[in-house]
Design a protein around this ligand. Sequence first.
Ligand code: GRF
Length: 205
Amino acid sequence: MSDRPGRRVGVLVSGRGSNLQALLDAVQAGTLDATIAVVISNVPGAPAMDRARAAGVETAVMPHRDWPTREAYDEALAAALLARTVDLVCLAGFMRRLSARFLAAFPGPVLNVHPSLLPAFPGLDAPGQAVAHGAKVAGCTVHLVTAELDAGPIVAQTAVPVASGDTGDTLAARILVEEHRLLPAAVARVLAGGWRVDGRRFVDA
Ligand code: GRF
């Protein structure tokens, strides 16, 4: 596992952690040249933490209710990441909005994976929203995080067709398979550099 400066990734989780697992597997397989430096959960007992421990990655539990305000929590979160000299933060099922305070305190790129083709269906249960809306194509997006929910510059997307009998759950399961491919590839792309943000577009530099 390489541990070169500029390639240290911090992962924020709240639950199952299958996207974290995809990152751990990609690092292990050598397809993602990065070090997962720390995994932080805002939910004590999140299954994702077992995956991190099994991979020998440092973990930290930071329950948000232990801090008096969102801003105080976000500053503590950024400080915890910076203390581990993290270069890039990846939200992998982190079910909490990050404030402008976090983004001001953490200078590196922050990525999120979302189970829709943004800007369609931001927010909770995006696959269920897509089915209810009658969308014929769904998918997943990795984007740079900004203070606006699920709205930052799009790094990468994969389309997933919606089947006529799909429920939110069956569609989410097929999207998840694509998330597991897309997220490690997008992290590798961002770590490689040679990009810039032009307006709201993520473009080659
Ligand atoms: C994924 O669908 C992700 O897109 C969304 O939350 C889910 C997290 O799943 N933000 P997991 O914890 O990575 O298994």
